[in-house]
Design a protein around this ligand. Structure first.
Ligand SMILES: Cc1cc2nc3c(=O)[nH]c(=O)nc-3n(C[C@H](O)[C@H](O)[C@H](O)COP(=O)(O)O)c2cc1C
Ligand SMILES: CCCCC(=O)C(=O)O
Length: 364
């Protein structure tokens, strides 16, 4: 059966993957309340279209930190693509680059960052990449990883701030997922050797005392723009802007870190208000339809990022599958814009969405 929607790729991925690997990709923290909330929240936000606006040609392109993207949809960082398909990170990077979009490369990628950026650029010489960092307690080592990402051509550093410790993933604990031998080679956490080569991989650590002071340290460690991923509180969004970050990613880590964090789409309006257009706001979590993208833009996101759907495409059909996922979502967004009377993503505004999440909360 030809997949028509992102959920068709999900079903195919589930059929193809080893159940423990499937559980790792699909699962979240504790009772997975946030995993479910991220997607179900979109169903209770209604779209109220404008008509007779002659939106015959639609412009989907957006600018994010100096990169012109063909659409407001990017690839969120996700770990271990080689567990999904032999095309791995190179396949997903090629597909995202060919679609004119941007990949955020996970620090826990199973392919070396240099190979990922080269693969993406072979599909599109203008392709852009950002590198996601879990700041390591050993700052000298963090610095080496950052310099490696810079040398590989990554143009921003995306620091994940929602993970001072690892979330409680009970599916993985039951499956013994993290104990599977030889499974988790994170190629970008190898030891720097005096020869300039990379030695044995270190296991990824988390910085339990992660604080704004580390952000100050990062400024000394890199000249790249710093993006904070995992902002959910409007006050943190305000602090992020005051501390000079280049962009923020509103994210609850796909429900994999702290359970019962509200859906990101419900958190977005207050954050967009706090940021007030000063830096780009990317939202991830639960984007499965073009109408979801449109709602995020309407509530103030500059762009959205996809986590699991990229993995579903990869597992179901390798590079081609990721390309199909992106193309389906693009077509859906374009159709939703036409039906809402929007000629450009810049015309997608709050007048199109009812009720606002706060209103729906007050009725619960
Ligand atoms: C399998 C998997 C691995 C992930 N790995 C990372 C990672 O290495 N670094 C990171 O910052 N976020 C990681 N995330 C979180 C995603 O970047 C993103 O926030 C989340 O998946 C978005 O939700 P969605 O899956 O509903 O699209 C991961 C998510 C999944 C599902
Ligand atoms: C140490 C790898 C962490 C990957 C990750 O962020 C996730 O599974 O959510």
């Amino acid at each position: 059966m030809t997949p028509l929607a992102l959920r068709d790729f999900e079903a195919e991925a589930r059929r193809r993957l080893d159940p423990a690997i499937w559980d790792y990709y699909a699962g979240g923290a504790d009772d997975e309340v946030t995993v479910r909330a991220n997607t179900s929240a979109y169903a209770r936000i209604g779209l109220v279209p404008r008509v007779l606006r002659g939106a015959f040609h639609r412009q989907l392109a957006v600018d994010v930190l100096g990169h012109r993207l063909s659409m407001p949809i990017l690839a969120a960082p996700t770990a271990f693509h080689l567990l999904a398909h032999p095309d791995g990170e190179k396949g997903s990077a090629r597909a995202v680059a060919a679609a004119g979009s941007l990949s955020i490369i996970s620090m826990a990628a199973t392919t070396a960052v240099e190979e990922i950026t080269a693969a993406g650029r072979s599909a599109n010489p203008d392709a852009a990449f950002w590198f996601q960092l879990y700041l390591q307690p050993d700052l000298a080592y963090s610095q080496a990883v950052i310099e490696r990402a810079e040398a590989a051509g990554c143009s921003a550093l995306v620091v994940t701030v929602d993970s001072p410790v690892y979330g409680n993933r009970e599916r993985d604990r039951r499956n013994g997922f993290l104990d599977l031998p030889g499974l988790l080679v994170a190629e970008n956490t190898r030891e720097p050797l005096p020869t300039g080569e990379w030695g044995n991989p270190r296991s990824i650590g988390f910085t339990g005392d992660l604080s704004w002071d580390h952000l100050a340290w990062l400024r000394t460690a890199t000249s790249l723009p710093v993006v904070l991923k995992g902002i959910t509180h409007p006050e943190d969004a305000r602090l992020a802007v005051e501390n000079g970050v280049a962009a923020i990613v509103v994210s609850n880590h796909g429900g994999r870190q702290l359970d019962t964090v509200p859906a990101t789409i419900d958190l977005l309006p207050a954050i967009a208000e706090a940021v007030d257009g000063r830096v780009p706001v990317v939202l991830d979590g639960g984007i499965r339809r073009g109408t979801d993208v449109l709602k995020a833009l309407a509530f103030g996101a500059t762009a959205v990022a996809l986590g699991r759907p990229i993995i579903w495409g990869l597992a179901a059909g390798g590079e081609q599958g990721v390309g199909d996922v992106l193309s389906i979502l693009r077509t859906e967004l374009d159709r939703a814009m036409a039906l809402c009377g929007c000629s450009s993503v810049l015309e997608v505004s709050r007048e199109l969405v009812r009720p606002a999440p706060e209103e729906s909360w007050s009725r619960l």
